[in-house]
Write a protein that binds this ligand. Sequence first.
Ligand SMILES: NC(=O)c1ccc[n+]([C@@H]2O[C@H](COP(=O)([O-])OP(=O)(O)OC[C@H]3O[C@@H](n4cnc5c(N)ncnc54)[C@H](O)[C@@H]3O)[C@@H](O)[C@H]2O)c1
Length: 464
Amino acid sequence: MADKKFEKNLLCIGAGYVGGPTMAMIAHKCPQYKVTVVDVVKEKIDAWKTDDLPIYEPGLLELVKSAREKNLFFSTDIDKGIKESDIIFISVNTPTKTFGEGAGKSADLQYWEKTARDILRASESDKIIVERSTLPVKTAIAMERILSLNDKGLNFEVVSNPEFLAEGTAIKDLENPDRVLIGSKETESGIKARNEIVEIYANWIHREHLITSNLMSSELSKLVANSFLAQRISSINSISALCEKVDADVEEVANAIGKDTRIGDKFLNASIGFGGSCFKKDILNLVYLCETFGLYEVADYWESVVKINEYQNSRFVNIMNKAMFNTIANKRIALFGFAFKANTSDTRETAALYVTQKLMKERAKVVISDPKALKNAKKDLQSYGSDIEYEEDPYKAAKDSHAIAVMTEWDVYKNLDYEKIYSEMEKPAFIFDGRNILDHQNLFKIGFEVYPIGKTPLAHFKEA
Ligand SMILES: NC(=O)c1ccc[n+]([C@@H]2O[C@H](COP(=O)([O-])OP(=O)(O)OC[C@H]3O[C@@H](n4cnc5c(N)ncnc54)[C@H](O)[C@@H]3O)[C@@H](O)[C@H]2O)c1
């Protein structure tokens, strides 16, 4: 099946935040394989062929350019891609279902199933199917069942290889992952397929980081990993609320507990809350799975991680409103950052969206600034039309505003000339640091009313 020039033909279905970077890394590290990435969205595929990639990720453009048109190709011809491939990676989106049974919690598998049917229709040879999307446990079994319906006598082996990359550090994570997990059926053919996938990653990743398991453990591990990560954020955020009440400093608390090696120091930054396309959806998926098996106490336990996140979002806007004399109507408020985290253009489930909507309800005049995510922000907020202003330059965004709210921990916001910004703002000038990245004492000295997360505010005007 492989092109004569190449040892193997790899196909990836879904050219998004996972499919694009992962396949660019494989192509870069494995010139012996031909790597093709396909998608149903033509504009996305067209963009992957230019220097204006459809997503922003540090180092991604250089990586893509190193392999594009040599052994990395982008196409909309899905059937041709399927026909010519030996191994198919599937990275289509699996959002939370918005309708019918399981709405609001379970995964919407329509894109996934369509892919299975595309593979079934177009295949002319045996293939290994690699599940890269995050899916409910036992989806691989369901996929194998669909694929076994073929009347061409073809054999499809489905393995689970969940992606653990984090947006913003995707290239580093792909090049040097903590682990790559590959799950398969523990049959002879299942283990043979899983070993083929191990061989691909072994081109650049040390064997001790390549771990294998049964199919269900692999699928479940992805949901559990994201739920544990989100749980840490919600845990420290819940404590940030208490710190504000008792004049403790959440960063000092995080530092003290993080030094305990059993707890560790990562993911203990209090903030406005987690965002991104995965955490909420994957926890809710876990919750739904537990409910399906009647494990209601376990479901409630994990659902509380999402509830604390929502609480933290709304707490932030309430603090803004209260500090600004209980009215923000007609006040210009500059949001510094809209991406759900730094170093990505992704705005899915960003806390900034919630904050914007809440501020718009209060009739504030919102101006949004972000170095990479303004295009997505405009799409997310298009229903507000020209009522929201977009301004890439943070100085212009802050000019004449009553408040700045830091939504994303972009480095650029740490090093601005805040004296200049202060001089051009309405007074009293407020800063709500939703990421605790600014020098609060310095801002206070300049004259700002400073409201960090989980710390006593530094305010010249004390609230009544
Ligand atoms: N974004 C992350 O950080 C991340 C990390 C790990 C795992 N994941 C998981 O990976 C999966 C993909 O996430 P993403 O962020 O890359 O999503 P994405 O929306 O950026 O990309 C998915 C792509 O699949 C395409 N697609 C959908 N149906 C298709 C079909 N039938 N044929 C061809 N293309 C199709 C879409 O057009 C889209 O471009 C999800 O299951 C997600 O949970 C995401």
